[in-house]
Ligand binder design. Structure first.
Ligand code: MRU
Length: 372
């Protein structure tokens, strides 16, 4: 996608030295574009844990490159140990996003094919690139499938915009490119379909206000920022045609973990008969977990994220201010689970399906054969 008309991805190897991996440090958006160099596994673990990078697909792609940085610090006698330690460290950084363990395990599997350290290093780099390229390509494809849904709604209200509500940032910043929830929106906008996006600010980290609004602005997509509690009111007044959100982990039975607050939007959508879609590349499916509400681990983050707000002051400085009494207790659950029964459909790189075991496995029959 473009920033100031220049094409960017969210992660890429330095063309002058591929041992350095470059990322957009998202903590500084929308006010500053900061590119950060990552060199060591600790750099990567910090970047994921402290959310310089975030979002399901991008966390996975970053973990892929992190395993490459790990093998660069190994010698032939300790490759296995170095990679296992790196894997453990990385997987512990963000427990909910399934792409993280998925990418790490993919690297651990790939490296077994190399006969010596040089071959293994080459394989692991190529595989990191493949993970990143696939993420971008799958998002592009799911955008094409989601476009059909927007097109259908647009046909029913000629001349009027399709109003889409989204939560958090499942945009290109959450992936390597295109995004999941935003991919159909970008595809529709490029095709000339009138769209308008209601952007939930997404407390406490404000991914909606800081990132989704910035992305849509850069792409020229009409949008309106709303406080998190506004969606229900808009839905009651028929000001939302469609909800599209992303997901950090989706069970093979169709339960969806996404940023905290998603469940409430799904309830409001159901009550108002508004279609509620979840967009995801297949790397976000968890093929082991059956009951999302009971089994998906929900990350709890520091209460400081709730008690403080960071932004641009009137004097042009980035400042963090307290907004709650210093001694007040907090609970900062980063995700919630929307049960499959509230979801109209899943938009994947292979097409759109219902949020049910039967329909998901019909789209991914090899998972049935693998016994998941
Ligand atoms: O905590 P984050 O920002 O890493 O959370 C991830 C998200 O941005 C959302 O939950 C998103 O909707 C799904 S990830 C594509």
């Amino acid at each position: 996608m473009k920033i100031n008309n220049i094409d960017y991805r969210t992660i890429w190897p330095d063309p002058a030295n591929r041992q350095i991996i470059k990322i957009i440090d998202q903590r500084h958006l929308p006010h500053r574009l900061v590119i950060e160099d990552l060199r060591t596994v600790d750099d990567f673990a910090r970047a994921i844990g402290e959310m310089h990078v975030r979002g399901a697909g991008l966390i996975g792609a970053t973990a892929g490159f992190a395993m490459y940085s790990a093998i660069l610090g190994a010698d032939p006698d300790n490759v296995d140990k170095v990679l296992r330690e790196a894997a453990e460290k990385l997987i512990a950084t963000r427990p909910t996003a399934t792409n993280l363990a998925w990418a790490v395990n993919r690297q651990l599997g790939a490296v077994e094919k190399g006969s010596d350290l040089a071959a293994q290093t080459g394989i692991i780099f190529e595989n990191a690139m493949r993970i990143a390229d696939e993420d971008a390509e799958f998002c592009r494809r799911l955008g094409e499938h989601g476009l059909e849904i927007i097109r259908d709604i647009s046909r029913k209200k000629p001349g009027e915009p399709v109003n889409i509500l989204t939560h958090c940032n499942a945009g290109w910043l959450a992936f390597v490119d295109y995004g999941s929830a935003t991919a159909p929106i970008y595809a529709a906008h490029r095709e000339g379909i009138k769209v308008h996006v209601w952007v939930d600010e997404t407390r406490p980290w404000l991914q909606g206000a800081k990132l989704t609004a910035w992305e849509l602005n850069e792409e020229g997509v009409p949008h309106t920022l709303i406080a998190d509690n506004t969606g229900g009111h808009l839905m009651q007044h028929r000001m939302v045609d469609l909800v599209i959100v992303g997901t950090d982990r989706t069970t093979y039975t169709g339960d969806v973990a996404n940023k905290i607050g998603t469940y409430l939007k799904a309830l409001a959508a159901k009550d108002n008969q508004i279609p509620f879609y979840v967009a995801l590349p297949s790397s976000t499916f968890d093929w082991q977990i059956r009951d999302g509400v009971r089994e998906i681990p929900i990350e709890e983050r520091s209460g400081e994220e709730i008690k403080r707000v960071t932004g641009l002051s009137e004097s042009g400085r980035i400042e963090t201010v307290a907004i709650a009494p210093a001694t007040t207790e907090t609970a900062n659950y980063a995700f919630d689970v929307t049960p499959a029964r509230l979801i109209t459909g899943l938009i994947t790189e292979r097409g759109v399906c219902g949020a049910s075991e039967e329909e998901i496995l019909a789209l991914y029959p090899e998972k049935r054969r693998e016994g998941r």
